[in-house]
Ligand binder design. Sequence first.
Ligand code: HEC
Ligand code: HEC
Length: 301
Amino acid sequence: MLKKILKWLGIAIAGIIGLLVLAALGIYMVSNSKINTTYDITVEAIAIPTDSAAVARGAHIAETRVCYDCHGPDLAGQVFMDAPPMGTIYASNLTSGNGGIGGQYSDTDWVRAIRHGVGADHKALFNMPSEAFWSLSDADLGALIAFLKQLPPVDNPHPAPEYGPVSRGLIALTGAFFSAAHIDHDAPRMQEVEAAATPEFGAYLAQLCAACHQADFSGGTHHGPPDWPNTANITPDPEYGIGKWSEADFFRAMREGKRPDGPDIHPEAMPRTIGNMTDDELKAIWLYLQTVPPVASKGKE
Ligand code: HEC
Ligand code: HEC
């Protein structure tokens, strides 16, 4: 009798182990196929200027669109994620130094990477948040690339990405981390707006905010480290959003990370570098946020 039970127990355990191995194999294969999917998108031909005014404009865009938060203080790249279950991923070296892409990228490659989240090898870039940059106008993207192309070379080679089991599981099951898979690459882009302290220009700039705060600005979950707070509701709702804030409160939140009515704002989860926007730019965003429909909820989980 005991022998029989042990035999069946053995078969059951072997079965469970077999299923786990199959599941792991499945996750490995599905994640591999997503990692290696190639994207053949039509990349817009954009004029890349070379004049110093455009380069200065591009420098300002790089400073205010969170590039430095991930690509490091000289944009020569740095480790982005290094924990065994997640893997080791570097944000690329954007200069033309050793290990940098600057010397190899064509203008089309720059546009494909920044706007569409797709590398020069046509595979999706991992955790490069192109949905936040997709809305950049041709003129702004051109200026940004003009600035990147003249960065001083910095030698800083990085190893190729290594994906850990948790990253692979998330990639296989959710498709998270690959902007290229979520962006509607052919959607119409907003028309160029004159840069001024107007709600129209604010609507253009606020597309960056929408990438984290959700399309309706009601906030919610994010893809950052698990100990980071959710993004906040920044609609004019008086209870859940920033409806009771003054314009000065908003400027202080953006520039100093201080809330009028609570603890300090997390300086990395809500990148403080965005506070480098000019007075006119922040004012434009403030004016625009007054016009979006208030949402009485804590945002999407
Ligand atoms: C949340 C972090 C993050 C932010 C913000 C970010 N990047 Fe990236 N970026 C990455 C990572 C990580 C990679 C490498 C992806 C890979 O190896 O698959 C990358 C890759 C790239 C590449 C492709 C390089 C290559 O190796 O082929 C370019 C170009 C680039 N980023 C430019 C920018 C610019 C310009 C900005 C600001 C407008 C920016 N990135 C903002 C994380 C980020
Ligand atoms: C990379 C993601 C990200 C981007 C981009 C981003 N935010 Fe945030 N923001 C956050 C997170 C996360 C929080 C919550 C931080 C906390 O609770 O400490 C936050 C909080 C805030 C707050 C505080 C609100 C409150 O009620 O406390 C304001 C205001 C804000 N963001 C405005 C903006 C604006 C305006 C933009 C665009 C110009 C923007 N954010 C872009 C992630 C982001």
